[in-house]
Write a protein that binds this ligand. Structure first.
Ligand code: ACO
Length: 431
């Protein structure tokens, strides 16, 4: 195919810029040599229009509401007995595992589920009400202290082992962060349990009472983790890539991803959704008040769980979670009034011109919290569960970048709008 060019006319100069085509989706104008060859930069606040890497992992069509992992539509993972470990393998290693590969990966996860005693002891020195996301980020970063041989990842075997440590220990750390926040003793992982069941066991079993993991709850957690597993260049994944581009190790890069995810405009939105729904439930405000507050530009409040930088249609993950709520509540026989409130809010928002004009639809966070609550997961653990789900995505994106020989350190430019040359004034001469 002939190379296509875009023309940039600036003053009396015409610059030809190559146009790149992805496998699917839009075209991208390649400006990567613009500064070097013409001394020009582009301005794209918040990188809303900038493809900052090439990636083969996840495809999104925000207008059509499409999400695929390595080409597989997200809806195909919503089936009886979804399997998060299989999806993690797909994302990280680029293919669905064979039976043997999956068994080998599971064994590696099991072999790595315990924490070094040094890390475990550190939980005791944390204040009891420490936010679990702070603990997760700090402890993931500290894995570098205990597993130094993985800092430069020389070969594939080292990478697989590092992945197993990270994915498995993150689950143990996540569960322990909850136990610490409750002042409960730690429950060791059970090597005979699957990934999600084991997490629930570490969260909820107590020495004299083994938690019984119901099939409905295990399946729902599996589904939630799968739906969060990757989402191309979102804020936390981009963070992981930025940190990793400096050749920072995998543990440090993923710890940075956790910090980004914590923000209420990103993964922390599921906590805000629950606050909002609970506020309505206890009678603080009506769904209509909520909508009015979200539309008021003088009010920083937003309709949490609504809107998305990429989706200008219903987020396909939200659609799956919405339907999963019905299944899970029917299986658990415990209706939740917050689900009815969420549905009402959705109904009136989708009929409101403000939301219609701006193409604001429910995103993944709108229904995930209700489902997690049904599983008995406390609100302060919602974003931690999101992080466990997103970890395979971060790892896969980090590795893709690590293996790209052409990748340079990510270092954006800016449009300087500060003072012109100004001189230092000694303190005694200042007004
Ligand atoms: N409630 C009210 N108004 C909203 C909302 C919302 N949830 N989302 C966007 N808008 C409005 C904005 O005020 C803006 O209005 P304007 O054009 O009159 O100024 C317009 O819609 C465009 O919104 P932006 O903030 O420019 O969109 P952006 O792409 O920067 O932000 C974001 C996307 C952060 C997700 C935003 O929609 C939001 O804050 N949503 C609520 C928080 C949330 O649910 N975050 C989770 C996202 S999914 C995830 O990260 C896992």
């Amino acid at each position: 195919m002939n190379q296509e060019y875009a023309k940039l006319i600036i003053g009396d100069k015409t610059i030809e810029l190559p146009v790149l085509n992805g496998t699917e989706g839009g075209k991208a104008v390649d400006i990567s040599r613009l500064y070097e060859e013409h001394g020009l930069t582009t301005f794209d606040s918040s990188l809303a229009n900038t493809a900052f890497c090439k990636s083969t992992i996840t495809y999104i069509d925000g207008d059509e509401g499409i999400l695929r992992y390595h080409g597989i539509p997200i809806e195909q993972f919503d089936r009886p007995k979804p399997n998060f470990v299989e999806v993690a393998y797909l994302l990280i290693f680029g293919k669905l595992p064979t039976t043997n590969e999956l068994a080998d990966f599971r064994t590696r996860l099991t072999d790595n589920e315990l924490l070094h005693e040094g890390i475990r002891r550190q939980f005791n020195d944390l204040p009891p009400k420490s936010p679990p996301m702070a603990i997760l980020s700090a402890m993931l970063s500290q894995l570098a202290c205990y597993h130094e041989k993985f800092l430069p990842l020389g070969d594939d075997e080292l990478f697989v082992e590092a992945v197993a440590r990270l994915v498995s220990k993150a689950r143990t750390i996540a569960a322990y962060s909850y136990r610490r926040s409750q002042g409960l003793p730690f429950t060791y992982p059970d090597p005979n349990m699957r990934y999600c069941a084991n997490f629930l066991h570490m969260m909820f079993s107590i020495p004299h009472l083994q938690y019984t993991v119901s099939e409905a709850v295990e399946d729902a957690l599996n589904l939630v983790l799968i739906l969060h597993a990757d989402h191309e260049q979102n804020c936390s994944t981009a963070t992981v890539r930025v940190v990793g581009s400096a050749r920072a190790n995998l543990f440090a890069s993923c710890a940075a991803g956790v910090s980004a995810l914590w923000g209420p405009l990103h993964g922390g939105a599921n906590v805000e959704v629950m606050r909002m729904l609970e506020g309505i439930h206890v009678g603080g405000m009506t769904p209509e008040d909520c909508l009015e507050a979200a539309k008021d530009k003088a009010n920083p409040f937003r309709l949490y769980g609504f809107g998305h930088r990429v989706y200008k249609n219903y987020d396909p993950r939200a659609k799956i979670l919405r339907a999963a709520c019905d299944r899970v509540f029917a299986a658990l026989k415990t209706p939740d009034p917050l689900l009815d409130i969420a549905r009402k809010l959705e109904e009136i928002a989708l009929a409101d011109p403000y939301f219609i004009d701006r193409k604001l639809y429910p995103n993944v966070d709108f229904y995930s919290g209700i489902l997690l609550r049904a599983m008995g997961i406390p609100t302060n653990m919602f974003t931690v569960v999101f992080a466990l789900g997103r970890l395979p995505g971060w790892i896969s994106q980090w590795k893709e970048q690590h293996d790209d020989a052409g990748q340079r350190i990510i270092r954006p430019r800016q449009l300087y709008t500060g003072n012109n040359l100004t001189h230092y004034v000694p303190i005694e001469d200042r007004e």
